[in-house]
Write a protein that binds this ligand. Structure first.
Ligand code: FAD
Ligand code: EPU
Length: 336
């Protein structure tokens, strides 16, 4: 059933109030097919959990909310389990389900909001792990033809917060399900990133399980990222920029302690949060919106901000960071 003039406030974690001209949910491919076929002339938008979107205006088309559920082990061998999950399943609940079954590989991605279907879109990542590390394949519905295609790892063209679905095939496919390849034992734990080791040792954990790592990641995230149920946000607003080493050297003249991560012989990744923080934006509040007090990479809506105001703030930050450091930031959040 298609609803008209739907308030999207509960459907985006920024909590921005805009209206969709039309809105419908689907939980089967047949329903999706019917909705697409009878609304071809309209602008369509596929919505998951709404945790990586900034609405700057009302949406003048049809929003299709993916609610395809289901989890199924499709293949198993001595070392690995291949588990297929419906695109509408909640990501964090899925992570907890895998930990419950002692299947390893996604524990570092605990507490990321959103859906299974969006996880390959921007190759979600945190604490040293990205979806590409555990991805096996996905099935997606081709909007123009109605055909279902299986995408291999290679065909998804994963990069840092990137995939083919954000680039060459943007807007063409609805991801229906994703199959992940997880370890059954001898899990390859990634504990060296960031504060994970410190968090584990504060709990006197020397031989961590995947559940210990998940708990550590949850604790670290809760200490710096705002909970969208309390303060509207979409996580990191910008990507961490990859720059030439010469740019880093220039910044080092004034800021000898600038953090950086090696990418290749000529490039490094800079933490955008550090740049924005160092430029003095952290905690800045303008009326109802601003920059989070504990993480400068996160823009927030305190109650009734407009999406355009948050977008304008992001533009002011982009311009300032370029003027100060000669570094161009790129927005990570999808702007609508
Ligand atoms: P949505 O916001 O609904 O959609 C995002 C994009 O994907 C849209 O373009 C949409 O059209 C498209 N899309 C969604 N579902 C489908 C589908 N089934 N088929 C085709 N296209 C689809 N991200 C990280 O990578 N790492 C983090 O650590 C992280 N931390 C976060 C912390 C917080 C507090 C918040 C609010 C966000 C964070 N994010 C993080 C961003 C976000 O959670 C992820 O990008 C997530 O995968 C978005 O899922 P979603 O279902 O909410 O997608
Ligand atoms: N930093 C500051 N000030 C700040 C924020 C960060 O100086 O206000 C510095 C930190 O001290 C640290 C560095 O910047 O040296 C990196 O900070 P952090 O570890 O918090 O991670 P991040 O680079 O800001 C990235 C991802 C997050 C992911 C975390 C953990 C991007 C764009 N963001 O954040 O993903 O959870 O690492 O792996 O890559 C998201 O995509 O929405 C997201 C939250």
């Amino acid at each position: 059933m298609i609803a008209s003039h739907v308030d999207l406030t509960p459907y985006n974690t920024f909590g921005i109030q805009v209206f969709a001209k039309e809105f419908a949910s689907f939980s089967t491919v047949a329903q999706l097919h019917k909705l697409v076929n009878s609304n071809r002339e309209k602008e369509l938008f596929i919505l998951g959990g709404g945790s990586n979107i900034l609405f700057t205006q009302d949406f003048n088309g049809l929003i299709l909310r993916n609610e395809i559920l289901g989890k199924e082990v499709v293949q198993e061998d001595e070392t690995h389990v291949y588990i297929k999950a419906g695109a509408g399943e909640n990501w964090h609940q899925f992570v907890l389900y895998c930990i419950e079954n002692n299947w390893g590989g996604i524990e570092n991605l605990s507490l990321i909001p959103g859906s299974i279907g969006a996880s390959p879109m921007q190759n979600i990542g945190a604490y040293g792990v990205e979806i590409k590390d555990v991805f096996h394949e996905l099935e997606a519905y081709h909007i123009p033809s109605g055909e279902i295609k299986t995408f291999s790892h290679e065909e998804c063209a994963f990069g840092y917060r990137e995939s083919v679905f954000k680039r060459a095939l943007k807007g063409q496919y609805v991801i229906l399900n994703v199959t992940y390849k997880l370890t059954k034992h001898n899990h390859r734990l990634k504990t060296t990133y960031g504060d994970i080791e410190a968090e584990l040792s504060s709990k006197n954990i020397t031989t961590p399980t995947i559940r210990d790592i998940s708990n550590a990641v949850i604790a670290i995230r809760q200490s710096k990222l705002p909970d969208p149920k309390e303060i509207g946000n979409a996580g990191s607003f910008f990507k961490n920029p990859v720059v030439e080493k010469s740019v880093l050297e220039k910044i080092r003249i004034n800021y000898p302690n600038v953090p950086s991560y090696p990418v290749d012989d000529n490039h490094v990744k800079l933490p955008a949060g550090w740049l924005i923080d160092t430029a003095g934006w952290k905690g800045k509040r303008i009326g109802d919106h601003g920059v989070h007090t504990k993480q400068a990479l996160v823009l927030v809506n305190y109650s009734d901000a407009k999406g355009q105001q948050i977008y304008d703030l992001s533009t002011a930050i982009l311009e300032d960071i370029y003027a100060r450091f000669g570094v161009e930031l790129e927005r990570e959040v999808n702007i609508l």
